[in-house]
Design a protein. Sequence first.
Length: 115
Amino acid sequence: VQLVESGGGLVQPGGSLRLSCAASGFTFSNYAMSWERQAPGKERELVAGINSVGDSTNYADSVKGRFTISRDNAKNTVYLQMNSLKPEDTAVYYCKALVYYHYYWGQGTQVTVSS
């Protein structure tokens, strides 16, 4: 299993970013996927999740209405569209998969929201 995140960067408050996570090594379309984040000095938290076919999603209260998780099973990729970004969204964002009873994460991508 390999998960590779991309799309992070520095953005001003109120701005947008789209994160991508390219998956390989497993049958992507069979598994739910999620995004987590970890800010400095804080525990890692769930940001959003999506089921295997992409018709059911869930979000942390702190990002509801601002973030959208989606997936393209033909491209083995899951996305996180982040709008109206706030300084408190600054964190390393990780893609996560539960495959064959094991959790897997990517290397993470840094998102920094600052003016």
